[in-house]
Design a protein around this ligand. Sequence first.
Ligand code: FE
Ligand code: FE
Ligand code: ZN
Length: 302
Amino acid sequence: MILGSHVSFSSKQLLGSAKEAVSYGANAFMFYTGAPQNTMRKEIDKDLLEQAKEYMNEHGLSLSNVICHAPYIINLANKKDPVKWNFSISFLKQELSRCDELGVSFIVLHPGSAVGLSKNEALENISEALNLILENHYSCKILLETMAGKGTECGSNLEEIKFLYEKTNKRVGVCLDTCHLHDSGVSLKEFDSYLEAFDKEIGLKEIGCIHINDSKNVLGSHKDRHANIGYGTIGFDVLLSILYHEKLKNVVKILETPYVGEHIDAKEKIYPPYRFEILMIKEKVFDENLLSHIVNYYKNTK
Ligand code: FE
Ligand code: FE
Ligand code: ZN
């Protein structure tokens, strides 16, 4: 299984990310090139990149299992403010160049939010923007993420994803997110019928990544709040069936589950759950005390 989590890029860029992934026992990872909510970015450091590649080699990590995530403030859907829209386009081009420099093969993108526009206008704007971006040639491929349908989010059903896929002449791929699918109204107990429909409309080979998250909300809530694996409304067994799905064997799987907290003197300290969630997935047995194990582990290693 190709399994990892979201990791930080801020300490030593890809080298820091790779080390964090190894500390979780992961063989894949996903990072943002800077803070997800802004577009301030540092140049790629060539020395660190060489060190990262060496480190990854030594630890059996392949760049083909590394995913970048575009910042979520860029919005290709809204052309009402042309300055912002053009900025989103040029920023995404820069991200793609950075990914090519790093040798990363996929960048996950939230398609965008319609805000004051109709869904149709928004979808047209997104495809226009993507086509402008794809006038340049990049090795890194854009994966459109399936969204929960919070607010005016585009890409919260198969039709919209298919529309964007076709409008870009099938030059983009897809990143499934289990929490988003569930929150958008897809019952993951019937995941096989979703996959069948996906295969018919788009094709399974276009799935470049799957975000594996449980959900804090009920089916179809359009909320998008991630829960730890087995601690939400999707449940451990359903998530396992997706993780171990024969047809998705070679797809990179990334956990974006929340950090686990502990209250000390009215302050909260939080710890990454990934090392333990990965172990639990590999052992295929749900641990109902997982969250306290995580807190105890990090408390005692400090
Ligand atoms: Fe995302
Ligand atoms: Fe996601
Ligand atoms: Zn989400």
